[in-house]
Design a protein around this ligand. Sequence first.
Ligand code: ADP
Length: 161
Amino acid sequence: MPAKLAIYPGSFDPVTNGHIDIIVRGLKIFDRIVVGILNNPGKNPLFTVNERKEMLQASLKTFTRVEIDTFDGLLVDYALHRGAQAILRGMRAVSDFEYEFQMALMNRKLVREAETVFLMPALSWVYLSSTIVKDVAVNGGDITGLVPPLVQEAVVNRVDR
Ligand code: ADP
């Protein structure tokens, strides 16, 4: 059987324990996962794409079946280019549903074979997002246990300036 590859796309600004939870679950289904960081300067990110890539690489260095990459443009074009069987996305709550549903159906309209697989994180990560981590840190709150320690240090240093 050919190896099953999933693309896990997102901003990862920065990676959180919720993202890692989805990757760990995804590895039970897929042989390999490529984390695709979308290069989208319009989003006014806290970290550059390269910084995000380095944090993901450091946080996932023991995961031999995970690769970190970056991409521009349409996700389906990137997924085709990488030869992926599926797009992996996390589904936290009903609030994620409408956007994710729209994206998955549009991707399938663009490329008929584009399948999206949604995985639910552990309950502890359901309320977690990169945005809330940044908001808490900017206001001096403690983000321990929400992101890998090296990410915590980078976030605290960045918002401290
Ligand atoms: P995007 O800008 O594409 O939403 P994110 O980095 O915010 O990029 O999220 C990437 C993917 O990870 C999305 O599918 C999102 O739903 C999922 N995700 C983000 N945070 C969590 C979390 N705490 N638990 C599970 N999935 C999550």
